[in-house]
Design a protein around this ligand. Structure first.
Ligand code: GUN
Length: 288
């Protein structure tokens, strides 16, 4: 079987091109989407992700407000920063890069972001809206995965989807989105016994755990669509996903590469969320 590689770079570019019209329409009405990106500390991977997000904003005509805070920032200070951004009408969307330093409680920070400005869709109100099937803001990586499936004409309806990873950022929201699109969904985690027996039953397999080469050839059903969300840095500096990319050639019908798969889609969907948040301030009912 030929394995078709899903080109996340090309699809993300298409989505970003489409956004340009929406940004122009907002500009014609005197509005520019504003996205605040807050990073606390010096985690090199997080800093690289944030740099990419800020750069993408510039290219899309989204104003970015980049807030870099030292590792020693107190939770109270961070909550104060968020309150100020919540109150700023030029800021339509706010993202706090995770993970945060251990002395700061993720939940308190996420809950402090105004739900209407929640760029990630992590606020409990937005999580609830997604779980009941009326999503308001869809988390960026799961939204990117769903957009990839749609662009590839992969309809989850009636299919068995297996999501390996149960994070609040990817696994859980993605499982709900797949369920809402009619898939039968299995969520696996690090405690799952005989992981391969579950993954081998997947028509759509998503790996989102952050373990290089976790998904091997024997764990994939011939013809499955495999989406690799993992981004791992190997000792030699190279990036790789959670799947054994070379071994899945000829087994998977479709496969996302790392890099160049889900990563660029996450950034494109963040821009979508920021633009949508700005549109909603002008047309609360009409924003797509
Ligand atoms: N850290 C890793 N992925 C994400 C994401 O999508 N959003 C935020 N805020 N932090 C992350």
């Amino acid at each position: 079987m030929d394995t078709h590689l899903i080109d996340g770079v090309a699809l993300a570019r298409r989505i970003r091109d489409e956004l340009r019209d929406r940004v122009a329409r907002l500009a014609a009405r005197g509005a520019q989407p504003g996205l605040a990106v807050i990073i606390v500390g010096d985690n090199p991977a997080s800093k690289a992700y944030v740099r990419n997000k800020v750069k993408a904003c510039g290219e899309a005509g989204v104003r970015s407000i980049h807030v870099e805070l030292p590792e020693s920032t107190s939770q109270e200070d961070l909550l104060g920063r968020i309150a100020a951004l919540n109150a700023d009408p030029a800021v339509h969307a706010i993202l706090v890069q995770l993970p945060l330093p251990a002395h700061i409680a993720n939940e308190a920070v996420i809950a402090a972001i105004a739900p209407a400005k929640d760029a990630d869709g992590f606020h409990p109100l937005n999580v609830g809206r997604l779980v009941v099937g009326h999503p308001h803001v869809v988390p960026c990586t799961p939204a990117g995965v769903m957009a990839m499936l749609e662009a590839e004409d992969v309809n989850p309806w009636g299919r068995h989807a297996v999501v390996v990873g149960q994070s609040n950022i990817v696994g859980k929201p993605l499982a709900h989105l797949l369920l809402q699109r009619g898939a039968t969904v299995t969520i696996c985690n690090s405690k799952t016994r005989e992981l391969g027996r579950h993954t081998a039953r997947a028509d759509i397999l998503v790996a989102a755990v952050g373990r290089p080469n976790l998904i091997t050839r024997e764990m994939v059903k011939p013809g499955a669509v495999v989406i690799d969300v993992g981004i791992n840095r190997l000792p030699d500096g190279k990036l790789c996903g959670d799947c054994d990319f070379a071994a899945l050639q000829g087994v998977a019908s479709r496969l996302t590469p790392v890099p160049g798969g889900v990563g660029p889609m996450t950034i494109a969907m963040l821009l979508v969320n920021a633009v949508r948040a700005a549109e909603r301030t002008l047309d609360p009912e009409d924003a797509p």
